[in-house]
Design a binder for this molecule. Structure first.
Ligand SMILES: NC(=O)c1ccc[n+]([C@@H]2O[C@H](COP(=O)([O-])OP(=O)(O)OC[C@H]3O[C@@H](n4cnc5c(N)ncnc54)[C@H](OP(=O)(O)O)[C@@H]3O)[C@@H](O)[C@H]2O)c1
Length: 271
């Protein structure tokens, strides 16, 4: 019978590795309870050397050994993986997919049994244990399965449960969001460079300002507008900078970006 204390990773690339690292670092799983199979032999060598985890000779062997099966391949490889492991999955497994755009319906219909399936949308800061992941449960998922999945993604950051219909918006927000913030930090550093600050200092100060502001928002539980007001004094520098941002349509542009990315995710998902 598949063991729900064994994690099996199908695909050990960037995201698979981040999750394996998180599981070990958080103590949520021991190395002898983590299995991986990857078609790329150099990934297997790297993962087993670096993390001392177990290696499966193929995906079917992995599914036989592990109760929790994490599908961590690119979306274009998913059909092949599902055809391979679908018949071996039972209602005693928990399947967690991190592939963008592969719906619960698609996942579930490739699996013969009433296997619990959770579709997720993580983001790249999971690579540094500061990820944001949304989890959407399928029809056969219970509280215990959700707790197991939450444990996995909380080992690399924050996890939020949403209905599947919201995952396109999540893709436009936190899935794509790191790209917007990288551009924001680059622009902040370039602005300071333009005014004469050396590049290295500008980049460090821009990045730490974003990190600190995010931490303050998450830890204080206060509204971002209130925290913004704390930085702005009458006739001061911050309100002068904010005025320049508003003149450039900053907020409207960001809101448009989330809408555009959400719509693009919907478009890709319907193909
Ligand atoms: N990176 C992100 O920003 C991000 C964010 C959210 C979600 N995701 C999702 O996470 C998933 C993985 O992304 P990633 O960046 O980790 O990709 P990745 O680095 O390419 O890792 C995927 C790994 O799976 C291997 N693989 C391919 N076919 C396989 C098969 N049949 N069986 C076992 N292993 C196989 C690949 O080998 P080859 O390279 O030899 O093909 C590769 O080593 C994707 O579905 C993506 O949509 C990624």
């Amino acid at each position: 019978m598949p063991d729900l204390t064994n994690y099996g990773f199908i695909g050990g690339g960037n995201m698979g590795e981040a999750l394996i690292k998180g599981l070990i670092a958080s103590g949520k799983a021991q190395q002898d309870h983590i299995w991986v199979h990857d078609v790329n032999p150099s990934r297997l060598v790297h993962l087993t050397r670096e993390y001392h985890i177990q290696m499966s000779e193929d995906n079917v062997d992995l599914v036989r050994r592990c109760g929790i099966v994490v599908l961590a391949v690119k979306p274009q490889n998913m059909e092949k993986v599902l055809m391979e492991v679908g018949p071996s999955l039972s209602d005693q497994h928990l399947v967690i997919s991190i592939a963008a755009g592969i719906t619960l319906n698609k996942l579930q219909s490739a699996i013969s049994a009433s296997t619990p399936v959770i579709r997720t949308m993580p983001n790249t800061p999971a690579l540094v244990m500061a990820g944001a992941t949304a989890l959407a449960p399928g029809a056969f998922v219970n509280e215990y399965h959700m707790a197991l999945a939450r444990d996995l993604f909380e080992s690399v950051g924050l996890a939020v449960e949403v209905e599947e219909k919201y995952l396109d918006i999540v893709t436009g927000l936190s899935g794509s969001g790191p790209a917007y913030v990288f551009v924001l930090m680059e622009a902040m550093a370039d602005g300071a460079l333009r005014m004469g600050l050396p590049r290295a200092a500008a980049q460090l100060l821009a990045a730490q300002s974003v990190l600190g502001a995010a931490k303050l928002l998450l830890e204080s539980g206060r509204h971002p507008g209130e925290l913004k007001d704390m930085v702005t004094s009458p006739g001061g520098t911050a309100i002068t900078g904010l005025h320049a941002l508003e003149k450039g349509g900053f907020r409207g542009t960001i809101m448009d970006a989330i809408a555009a990315a959400t719509n693009r995710s919907r478009e890709l998902g319907s193909k």
